[in-house]
Design a protein around this ligand. Structure first.
Ligand SMILES: Cc1ncc(COP(=O)(O)O)c(C=O)c1O
Length: 365
């Protein structure tokens, strides 16, 4: 009898009398901090999603980034990051100075990253679409230069699963916060590192040492998310494009950032990189009523929840200066256009008219 769905192995350990069972990667299956069949099933699916050699799943996106830093960097190495990125990714890199790792932060564009790379660059970590102003980085150029200088280049592809496959362009690996689109229901924290050219054995060792494997139930829920990812991402992208177009025409809106809009500065790069014209569910806009207008808007929403995550089935609205960009120095915020009137939406799969009605009402008609 074979079940339709893969089972959830909710067990800490496996019986071990004499010979242990070896997993497909030659690991002794004995203890769930080291390996678990439900987790392994998720890893196969993630590797196939990104076209990678293999994948390792962890208990959050930050656990994946920690694993990446710990396994690739040593004292004296330099890590290069765009200055607009997930705040905790940048903070953790900066904290590594106490272990002798140097961090270089540059403006989020391929040209700045290419100019900043040199012989001393060990690791380049780049998010395809920046958060919250949605600049798209030409990852192709970044990968090419990183390969020339001998740096390891990893793409955080959290914002563009399915449509963008950095490994095809030659990136060494791809990081995901599974918490976002891939698990997709705002109920699971998870992360992954998928690779084309990294030392897999080292990654498994480090996960075992750090104890950061994803839990079996969370892995199972994430597998369920992978099954509907395409449907959700398509719907979210279509809803988001319609909302970006609606906001562009709205008298209470000063500017809209969404790479799916034809006149968006980053539309061309996104069209070049993405395999399909789907640009995700995240849209950000500037409220014409300034800081107070933005706050009133957030308090007036009824169907869209004011909450900081993204990528799930429910639509959320967040206020970047108190969430994504809270710890960013004010000069950097100014340079990047993260203003007090900026709101970030993560558009879900709900009925579009209902969402537009809610946004319009919260904007004051
Ligand atoms: C692009 C990106 N990478 C990584 C992370 C960290 O993921 P997690 O919250 O699952 O640790 C986030 C979280 O928002 C993110 O947006």
């Amino acid at each position: 009898m074979e079940p339709l769905h893969n089972p959830i192995y909710l067990t800490v350990a496996f019986k071990q009398a004499g010979e242990t069972a070896l997993s497909d990667r030659g690991m002794d299956l004995k203890y769930s901090r080291e390996e678990n069949p439900t987790v392994r099933e998720l890893e196969h699916r993630l590797a196939s999603l990104e076209g990678g050699v293999d994948a390792i799943a962890l208990n959050s996106g930050m656990a994946a980034i920690s694993l990446l830093y710990v396994s690739t960097l040593s004292a004296g190495d330099e890590v290069l990051l765009p200055m607009e990125g997930y705040g905790t990714t940048i903070q953790l890199a900066e904290e590594l100075s106490k272990f002798g790792v140097r961090v270089k932060l540059v403006y989020p564009s391929a040209d700045s990253l290419v100019d900043a790379m040199g012989e001393g660059t060990k690791l380049v970590l780049v998010e395809t679409i920046t958060n919250p102003t949605l600049k798209v980085i030409d990852v192709e150029k970044v990968v090419k230069r990183a390969r020339e200088v001998g740096a390891t280049v990893i793409v955080d592809n959290t914002f563009s699963p399915l449509v963008f496959r950095p490994l095809k362009l030659g990136a060494h690996g791809v990081v995901h916060s599974l918490t976002k689109y891939i698990a997709g229901h705002n109920d699971v924290l998870g992360g992954a590192l998928v690779w084309g050219a990294l030392e897999g054995e080292e990654l498994w060792h480090w996960r075992r040492r750090l104890g950061s494997i994803i839990q079996p139930l969370d892995a199972w829920l994430t597998i369920r998310g992978v099954k509907t990812l395409e449907l959700r991402f398509e719907r979210q992208s279509k809803n988001a494009l319609a909302i970006a177009e609606f906001l562009s025409e709205h008298p209470k809106v000063k500017a809209v950032h969404y790479p799916g809009l034809r006149d968006d500065e980053y539309h061309g790069i996104a069209r070049k990189l993405f395999e399909r014209p789907l640009f995700g569910g995240v849209v950000s806009f500037r409220h014409a009523g300034g800081k107070n207008g933005a706050k009133d808007f957030l308090c007036s929403l009824r169907r869209v929840f004011p909450s900081p995550s993204l990528g799930g089935v429910e639509s959320l609205a967040s206020y970047p200066i108190i969430s994504a960009a809270k710890t960013m120095p004010s000069e950097r915020r100014e340079l990047l256009g993260i203003t007090a009137d900026l709101i970030r939406l993560s558009v879900g799969i709900e009925d579009l008219d209902t969402l537009i009605e809610d946004l319009d009402r919260a904007l004051g008609g």
